[in-house]
Ligand binder design. Structure first.
Ligand code: DGJ
Length: 726
């Protein structure tokens, strides 16, 4: 099994197929981090255990026999506060005396097969034999604060999950002010930090920059993950790239205020923390109470970012996304939003369904605007009753007609929100998030319901239940279109107001859990003004997430490539829409990288477009397994190469390959060759279109010739090539 403990040396070693992670219990029960990198043995680690750390100004614990031992520079697994370690701390509790000294020492450990669930939180899961879990108990003897560090090793995925449960085993209340999920220590700063920033309709812009001495961080204080920063960071050795070199990816399984901070100290050693953002967090732990921090996932790759991504993809498909639809073929859908916005009725939707059926589409999704007085974005949110002026004869009657056209039916919700102009708000104006005496900011004319409150969640659940249980609904799009301001809570006492943001996220998870448990057959697609809540927490409940409100295929390339750093292509909602100048065929080829759908008025397609749309539906089915469960290879970087964007899927048995090229701008050179990756060099691959045969070795080492005669490929054109092994 992958977790080893040597009682002689008190060394822990956690092995995956690609990595070893090691730490030890030092004198005075300090939990000292030793190593994270390519596989090593205990023997290899011996010299690390006795290396000296020293600085003349560094405080030291006189009980430790080695005079060079100082927490000032020592790497730790769960560094506390004000004990001589002056770097960013992973744990901090304000005690009854009012100070925040937090001194956690090792007490004991246990190793168990599988993985326990984290109460109230989404997290990776595993059965016995698929993973092994180490629980380390640490305690602060003065205050009684305990920290239980949970390490789960997914040996075959090159991945580890880490979380922390805090417990107040003392007799006085404690205020937890920092409760990070993961602390990762590295010995040198020759790493680049890679992360994704963005905004609405431009999510997942990947940036890469060298680590600097001092602090560097990404965060959200918006209540939700946000499009501004994704809770993902990779630390990549400076000589690493897409295919080569060492990379560590860290992703937080959380959908609220997060922080990922890296401090490089004076000697040049990076410390990375990932967890709940401490700047909007304070949690009162009464004696006997405990607090579960969310989980962080780490993947180590020695073969660059590409291998790291593929390990994340497999891990999330096998051990995070719990919906039955993760591994079950999903219907190809059409969504009415971009074509109709709020201006639709039952007749229009039936016509959409009938036209879409001719293309082979399998599900109609009725987006925003079907409920209450929702004719624009100024009213109706919170009133989840069918608007029968729009849907004449009611929802069941509409669904019957959509089903009669041969399509399943999906529906849109934004459960966390309310418009001031709504029945719900008029009945319960106190249910919104607000702070006494403060302005009530509006965003998209709406307020956020206080999801920490049981009666609020019960009301929304009941409203949803009434509609879903009485109608034949196969799919829900769960939207979330604003962030939280004036964060106050009417129920929590003042000393617990710091708990609000995390309690909000727990409330959302509870409601999502209730809906998906009550209706397990439903395919849930998360959304937040596009991809503003595209995170592993949401992936736990919904196997696909709407990637962006930008459906322009050229723009989508950087958005989808960014998301693919850690999220499986199968999880990316990707639609062919009418809103761009780029050719219809290319739109389909880009949508085929994710979970393909349509978002247009099918009645308005030309005959030529209809023929292409039918072919796209056929491609969706033909390549479903390859694009949903195959290995993704990013062959170019659309943010770097201005001309072409190439990627490739390879089936797990390497017998099938789908290569896609999108020409963003006509390349200046007509000679174009691309080396493919991940093939079997021994196999002979047949190009389905031309019948030409190539050995895998040739395609990988000499490349595929994509040259075209003058004037070369047009801007916005694309190439799709399918190879099968003989
Ligand atoms: C934002 C989403 O991203 C869109 O797809 C659409 O559902 C609108 N909200 C509806 O208000």
């Amino acid at each position: 099994m992958p977790i080893f403990y040597d009682p002689q040396t008190k060394l822990f070693r956690l092995d995956t197929k690609t990595s070893s992670y090691a730490f030890m219990v030092y004198e005075e029960n300090y939990l000292v981090h030793l190593y994270y990198g390519p596989r090593v043995t205990d023997q290899d680690l011996q010299p690390l255990m006795y290396r000296g750390w020293y600085d003349s100004l560094s405080p030291r614990n006189p009980q430790v026999s080695d005079p060079r031992f100082t927490l000032d520079v020592i790497p730790q697994e769960c560094p506390g506060t004000s004990t001589g370690d002056f770097r960013i701390s992973a744990a901090e509790a304000r005690n009854a005396a009012g100070n925040t000294v937090t001194d956690l020492r090792y007490v004991g450990h246990s190793i168990t097969p599988g993985k326990p669930a984290l109460p109230g939180l989404p997290a990776t899961f595993a059965q016995e034999g698929q993973a092994q879990t180490l629980e380390i108990e640490m305690a602060d003897p003065l205050t009684g604060l305990k920290a239980f560090l949970l390490y789960t090793v997914f040996e075959n995925h090159g991945a580890m999950a880490r979380s922390v449960r805090f417990e107040n085993a003392g007799g006085q209340p404690l205020d937890l002010e920092r409760a990070y999920s993961l602390c990762l220590e590295l010995p040198t700063m020759d790493y680049d930090m890679i992360h994704m920033y963005g905004r609405w309709a431009k999510e997942n812009t990947v940036v890469r920059h060298p680590l600097q001495h001092g602090l560097q961080a990404i965060q959200s204080k918006r209540g939700m993950t946000s499009p501004n920063h994704n809770p993902f960071v990779a630390l990549a050795r400076q000589d690493s790239g897409e295919e080569y070199g060492q990379v560590i990816g860290v992703n937080l399984v959380y959908s609220g205020n997060f922080a990922m901070e890296i401090e490089v100290d004076t000697p040049g050693c990076p410390r990375l923390l990932a967890g709940i953002n401490p700047s909007t967090f304070r949690w009162r732990l009464a004696p006997g109470e405990s607090f579960q921090a969310p989980e962080a996932v780490m993947v180590f790759s020695e073969e660059g970012l590409g291998a790291m991504s593929r390990d994340f993809h497999k891990l999330y498909l096998d051990h995070l996304s719990r919906s039955q639809w993760t591994k079950k073929k999903r219907p190809i859908l059409i969504n009415d939003w971009e074509a109709a916005v709020f201006d639709f009725d039952d007749q229009l939707l039936v016509e959409f369904a009938q036209e879409a059926a001719k293309l082979g589409v399998e599900m109609l999704v009725m987006d925003d605007g079907w409920f209450g007085a929702r004719n624009n974005d100024r009213a109706g949110l919170g009133d989840w009753q069918v608007n029968e002026q729009k849907l004449k004869g009611g929802l069941s009657h509409l669904i019957e007609r959509v089903n009669a056209a041969g399509l399943k039916f999906g529906i849109w919700y934004e459960p966390e929100m309310v418009n001031p102009d709504s029945g719900l708000y008029r009945a319960h104006p106190d249910w919104i998030i607000q702070a006494p005496g403060r302005n009530k900011s509006l965003s998209r004319n709406q307020c956020v319901l206080d999801m920490t409150r049981q009666e609020v969640r019960d009301n929304i659940f009941q409203q949803m239940y009434d509609v879903i249980s009485q109608n034949k609904i196969d799919y829900i799009k769960w939207d979330c279109n604003r962030h939280i301001t004036e964060a106050g809570n009417a129920v929590l006492p003042p000393e617990r107001q710091g708990e609000f943001f995390h309690r909000y996220v727990l409330g959302v998870y509870e409601l999502m859990d209730r809906v998906t448990t009550a209706f397990p057959h439903i395919l849930l697609e998360n959304c937040s003004s596009g991809g503003a809540r595209f995170d592993p927490g949401m992936l736990y409940y919904s196997p696909q997430i709407w990637t962006s409100d930008c459906t322009d295929p050229i723009e989508r390339l950087t958005i989808q490539f960014g998301a693919s750093l850690c999220y499986p292509p199968a999880s990316m909602g990707a639609h062919v829409s009418a809103s761009s100048r780029t050719g219809f065929a290319t739109k389909g080829n880009v949508a085929l990288m994710g979970s393909h759908g349509f978002e247009l008025d099918p009645r308005k397609l030309t005959e030529e477009e209809k023929a292409i749309a039918k072919a796209q539906v056929a491609d969706y089915h033909k390549y479903y397994d390859l694009t949903h469960y195959g290995d993704l290879y990013r062959l170019t970087d659309p943010a770097v190469d201005p001309f072409v964007c190439d990627w490739q899927f390879v089936s797990p048995d390497k017998k099938e390959v789908l290569f896609t090229r999108v020409v963003m701008r006509r390349p200046e050179n007509l000679y174009q060759v691309r080396r493919l990756r991940g093939l079997d060099p021994e196999k002979v691959y047949v190009d389905e279109e031309t019948g030409r045969k190539y050995s895998g070795a040739l395609l990988m080492h000499a490349g595929l010739d994509l040259s075209q005669p003058w004037p070369g490929p047009a801007d916005g054109s694309s190439v799709l090539k399918h190879f099968t092994a003989e």
